[in-house]
Ligand binder design. Structure first.
Ligand code: UDP
Ligand code: MG
Length: 330
């Protein structure tokens, strides 16, 4: 174990999308926490909080600028577009990795208990390269979110065999080594909760409580949630495509059975009575074919996005007291 681990440079990465209501309170709490950690010599005095503005349309960037001006410990990154939570975290971590020994990512609404940070750091000091935050319960979520998230985890872990921690969140510690490994993953359709376990470095788990959102409302729209779930499934499993193949095989077998039936009907002259079976076949098979096309299409579409290899984020602006240009692209 090297000495750096004892008093390492921590960068707290905070993705923010239209968080004008929550940001000031959260920033105050985070600054207090950071100073407390520094006071107890758990992290270095060079540690920082990096706010990543994910192309917000409200006053978020204005607030980040003020925080930067007033506090030595604050840095700000502004993405040129709204690229989504996952890309915002990635952008923050990839920026931070140039300066820090480890990062902790946490949501801007501070629904996740910041007091768990000590536990994260202890695990890091004990040698973990990645420390996963796993939520204690989903009591603070609405019924729909609770149900959809539970179903998603059950489906992707049990049925599709994805390597995922159930109820894991994007509240997580990553060492510089883990970040370097993560930087090798070039995928555009990002699902960090799935990618990071597949890195396979030493890891541990910290449990934390989740509170209700105090200010503002959830920035995860239904469509953003569906995209995240679809990214999660398609980036880790081709089982849905296999399922389509299986359905095709079953349909074909039924089709062979139908040949016998059709011959029978033909030779015994009951051909008019086939109306129900024909209609049923049309609807069931038609539905199955369309659904299969859809599933395959999801993969083809994602493949298309991946092959373009477009940058996942652009920094429109960087607020930092370190050297470097304010218009950076990584
Ligand atoms: N977020 C983001 N980009 C987006 C949507 C959300 O950076 O397009 C951030 C948001 O500001 C917050 C975090 O992701 O810091 C989690 O979002 P939110 O709290 O709205 O989600 P929920 O807790 O409802 O799942
Ligand atoms: Mg939240």
């Amino acid at each position: 174990m090297d000495n750096n681990r004892q008093n390492g440079i921590l960068y707290i990465v905070v993705p923010c999308y239209n968080e004008e209501e929550a940001l000031e309170t959260s920033a105050a709490a985070l600054l207090k926490k950071l100073r407390e950690l520094q006071g107890r010599a758990m992290v270095s005095d060079k540690s920082k909080i990096v706010f990543v503005d994910d192309g917000s349309k409200d006053r978020t960037w204005r607030i980040i600028k003020d925080l930067y001006q007033n506090h030595e410990e604050v840095k700000g990154l502004r993405l040129a577009h709204n690229k989504g939570h996952q890309n915002a975290i990635l952008a923050g971590m990839m920026y931070a990795r140039k300066y820090c020994d480890f990062t902790i990512t946490i949501d801007a609404d501070l629904q996740q208990d910041i007091n768990a940070m000590e536990d994260f750091i202890k695990e890091y000091v004990n040698g973990s390269e990645i420390v996963y935050g796993v939520r204690n319960s989903r009591d603070t979520d609405g019924l729909f979110k609770k149900l959809s998230a539970t179903l998603f985890y059950k489906f992707s872990v049990k049925i599709l065999g994805c390597d995922l921690y159930e109820n894991s969140a994007d509240y997580r510690l990553m060492s510089a080594k883990a970040l370097e490994a993560l930087s090798e993953y070039g995928e555009v359709n990002l699902f960090l909760r799935g990618i990071i376990p597949s890195i396979g470095l030493d890891s541990s788990v910290v449990h934390f409580d989740v509170f209700p959102r105090m200010q503002g409302h959830s920035k995860y729209s239904l469509s953003k949630m569906i995209t995240l779930a679809a990214d999660g499934i398609t980036s880790f499993s081709i089982k849905p495509i296999r399922l389509v193949l299986g359905m095709g095989v079953v349909a074909l077998l039924v089709g062979f059975g139908m040949i016998i039936h059709i011959f029978y009907e033909h030779y015994f002259g009951y051909t008019v009575s086939g109306w129900s079976s024909i209609l049923m076949s049309i609807w069931v098979l038609g539905g199955a074919v369309l659904m299969s096309l859809g599933i395959v299409g999801e993969y083809v579409g994602r493949n298309y996005m991946e092959t373009k290899q477009r940058p996942r984020y652009y920094f429109g602006e960087i607020l930092s007291r370190d050297e470097g240009s304010s218009h950076d692209k990584i």
